[in-house]
Design a protein around this ligand. Structure first.
Ligand code: HEM
Length: 413
């Protein structure tokens, strides 16, 4: 049986800054107790779901497995602090990731059309210009840089700012970057600077409230205007829900993508033949990006809550039980992937769950794919070879994150 240490480790943000430990834990669970009742000290218990097929089974039944009210893993003390800060509610306002039928569809539809592949591909020239700006920085810093901090991370932030309709300026960049670092990295003393989701949420609100007003007064053709002026059942959107929409898009919209491109470059450093293969066959970029998402899996979990008793793997999940969906574990599932521990840029098929599944599947999926493809197509002709120039280090977070530093040297073509 799996022991208390493992349960504590599943909750401990430090586990996720040590990839061997993180994947070691998940592998142990997939092999010995794939649906594991987990009781970490200081946390409310939950089922950890580690198999690809089980996560899909749960996610395809949104009427039986609810996204509200528990969506993320916090210690009980922090949950109390959040409820106090949010005036007694478990959260400040509901983001779409915390909504269930019928609301989820109604609110998701507000921005959904914008994030479909066709409109997103229409933005290719502007996204390419932002990638080229990053490549200029890379050339200027040659032969060494912190690839995560200086190249991978700023680019998707600029892309999501463009989509939201936020003016391209360093002050906005710094404010959003700072709030996101605290939001996802609050449990890492170096990244969140001792502050967490509560402080980060207020920081985002400080930024987005005036933005929402500006977009109501002067609507433009951007996603922030769409949300700020949305009407739901004939009424203006609840301002708290609009704010959480901004938070979700601004945060999820760049941290995940930057983590993926930096993690992808690290995987290429560790597998140089794959970099050579990609450079020789740029048509593989699409498949390579999918493999990077599988490999990195920057979103570690989301929760669901069972609405009724449910049988899975011979166990009874009771109504009201919470389930942690472990996406990185699904993406190494030996039952689904051939050779799951090998990074192969031409992996086919690659049915990873890096973007989740079902009605909550990542809203920004087409954008993330496109911006990563554009990024690597711009990077490939410039760099012959990357090498490590120090120790890569990962964010201590059990929710969303990846590398926090990736020191590299690189030889230009
Ligand atoms: C490689 C980059 C990305 C990864 C790996 C990723 C991953 C995920 C995952 C795993 C979920 C949860 C899905 C589920 O519950 O089944 C999610 C949801 C979401 N993502 Fe992403 N994401 C990425 C990029 C983006 C971008 C660029 C945006 C912004 C435009 C975005 C916005 C969202 C939103 C709003 C949700 C909530 C959707 C809902 O609950 O209906 N993500 N993402």
């Amino acid at each position: 049986m799996l022991d208390q240490t493992l349960d504590n480790d599943i909750a401990d943000p430090r586990t996720y800054a040590d990839l061997a430990k993180q994947h070691g834990l998940y592998t142990q669970m997939r092999q010995n107790d794939p649906l594991h009742w987990t009781q970490p000290e200081g946390h409310r218990p939950f089922w950890t779901v580690t198999k690809h097929a089980d996560i899909m089974e749960i996610e395809r039944q949104p009427d039986k497995f609810l996204a509200y009210p528990r969506s993320k893993l916090f210690p009980i003390e922090y949950e109390k602090k959040m409820a106090a800060a949010a005036g007694g509610k478990p959260h400040f306002g509901r983001a779409i990731s915390q909504m269930d039928p019928p609301d989820h569809k109604v609110y998701r539809q507000i921005a959904q059309e914008w994030f479909q592949p066709t409109p997103i591909h229409g933005l290719s020239p502007k996204i390419t210009a932002l990638a080229d700006r990053g490549m200029k920085d890379l050339l200027a810093k040659a032969p060494a840089c912190d690839f995560y901090k200086e190249i991978a991370s700023p680019y998707p932030l600029r892309v999501i700012m463009l989509i939201l309709g936020i003016k391209d300026d360093p002050v906005s960049e710094r404010k959003i970057m700072d709030a996101t670092a605290r939001y996802f990295g609050g449990t890492d003393p170096e990244v969140g600077k001792g502050e967490g989701i509560i402080e980060a949420t207020f920081q985002y609100f400080d930024y987005f409230e005036p933005l929402a007003k500006e977009k109501r007064d002067h609507p433009a053709d951007d996603v922030a205007s769409l949300i700020a002026n949305a009407r739901v059942n004939g009424e203006p959107i609840d301002p708290a829900i609009a704010q959480m929409y901004f938070v979700a898009l601004a945060g999820a919209g760049h941290d995940t993508t930057g983590s993926t491109s930096a993690g992808g470059v690290l995987a290429m450093i560790q597998n140089p033949a794959e970099w050579d293969k990609l450079k020789a066959n740029p048509d593989l970029t699409h498949a390579a990006v999918e493999e990077m998402i599988r490999w990195v899996s920057p979103v570690k979990h989301f929760f669901r809550t069972a609405k009724e008793d449910y049988e899975l793997r011979g166990k009874t999940i009771k109504a009201g039980d919470n389930l942690l969906l472990a996406f990185p574990s699904a993406n190494r599932d030996e039952d689904l992937f051939d050779d799951p521990w090998t990074f192969r840029i031409d992996r086919k098929p690659n049915r990873h769950l890096g973007f989740g599944f079902g009605p909550h599947i990542c809203l920004g999926m087409a954008l993330a794919r496109l911006e990563l493809q554009i990024f690597f197509k711009a990077l490939m002709p410039l760099v012959r070879r990357f090498e490590l120039n120090g120790e890569p280090r990962w964010v201590q977070t059990n929710f969303v994150g990846g590398l926090k530093t990736l020191p590299v040297t690189y030889e230009l073509e």
